[in-house]
Design a protein around this ligand. Structure first.
Ligand SMILES: Cc1cc2nc3c(=O)[nH]c(=O)nc-3n(C[C@H](O)[C@H](O)[C@H](O)COP(=O)(O)O)c2cc1C
Length: 317
């Protein structure tokens, strides 16, 4: 089984990835949060900065991701990204549920027009084949916009193209992150997919992983929130020691230090670290108390006291 780090826009940027890879690793590929090309000839500075090879440690095997429903934008952006050295694989985001993205028929919004999806894939695979670059084009998808019933038509489109790997997060756009992943939909994909599959969604513990792996023989699993919360999760799955408070503290302190170097204002650092605790608090026996202690902090001084209290007095599950 291969293990991939899911992209989380605003969370798993290059600073985060470098710290993770340095301290924990064990992950075969890291998918970068999406780049959204537009009418401009060049991609935006912030998006490029995240994938610049000099910003990504050699330990990070990075796959850039593009969010678009236009073949011409995809091709233009891909050429620029390939010029930066990413010539192995580009991932397409057909899963993002955010309102502004979906309103433009991008991300999971693209799923409502399977004819347009077909035209898009036709054009990009024709370009890829004529370019002879051997670039792998992979896709990360949800199972529909409003209803899982939509999924069979969507799979029909994917099955017509040589997608190098199809990562499925089995929720509809409407579900956002609610409910549990729809394993009936994943079952269906497992039966009919002509392309290699990667599963993504709600793997938070070794048991979650084992229950999945017992049932499905897929190429890979992609983990996001579970791995941010427990950075040792993939190593645990591979039989290494369980996450300890010391590991978690080291992870926290390194992220704090590295973000501090690049954040212009204290409030940005505070926001960033609070976001980190949204996930990391899951590890603690009293996760609600842990989350609350951090959430109420108004400044870095109070934040540091709260973190000291958490690591000094609270136990992991
Ligand atoms: C804050 C946030 C940002 C995300 N950004 C992206 C993104 O840029 N590209 C993408 O394909 N998925 C994105 N996702 C979805 C995750 O990659 C993943 O599919 C989702 O969290 C489910 O997997 P998990 O349960 O292992 O976290 C994002 C999710 C969250 C919560």
């Amino acid at each position: 089984m291969k293990f991939y780090f899911a992209p989380l826009e605003g969370v798993t940027g290059f600073t985060y990835r470098n710290v993770f890879a340095d301290l924990f690793g064990g992950v075969d590929k890291y998918y970068a949060p999406f780049i959204s090309p537009c009418v401009n000839d060049k991609l935006k500075g912030k998006e490029i900065r995240d994938i610049l090879p000099e910003n990504n440690s050699g330990k990070v095997n990075l796959v850039p991701q593009i969010l678009t429903n236009r073949a011409d934008y995809f091709i233009k952006a891909t050429k620029q990204i390939m010029d930066m050295g990413y010539t192995k694989e580009i991932n397409i985001n057909i899963g993002c549920p955010s309102g502004t993205v979906v309103a433009k028929n991008k991300g999971s919004g693209f799923l409502r027009d399977t004819d347009a999806m077909g035209r898009f894939f036709e054009e990009i695979f024709n370009w890829r084949d004529s370019d002879e670059s051997g670039l792998d084009i992979s896709v990360k998808t949800r199972i529909g916009v409003n209803d899982a019933e939509e999924f069979s038509e969507i799979m029909e489109v994917y099955n017509q193209y040589p997608i190098s790997e199809l990562t499925i997060h089995p929720r509809t756009r409407k579900q956002m992150y609610r409910d549990t992943p729809d394993m009936n939909a994943f079952d269906y994909a497992f039966k009919v997919s002509r392309n290699p599959l990667c599963y993504n969604g709600d793997i938070r513990t070794v048991v979650d992983y084992e229950n999945f792996a017992k049932k499905y023989n897929v190429e890979a699993v992609m983990i996001g929130r579970g791995l941010i919360a427990n950075p040792q999760l993939v190593n645990e799955i591979k039989g290494q020691e369980k996450l300890t408070k010391e590991m978690l503290k080291q992870y926290h302190d390194r992220l704090y230090r590295d973000f501090e170097k690049i954040m212009k204002a204290d409030k940005h650092l505070l926001f960033k670290m609070k976001e980190f605790w949204n996930y990391v608090s899951w590890n603690f026996e009293d996760e609600n108390k842990c989350a609350k202690l951090v959430r109420k902090c108004q400044n870095l001084y109070k934040y540091n006291l709260a973190v000291e209290e958490i690591f000094g007095t609270m136990e992991l599950k």
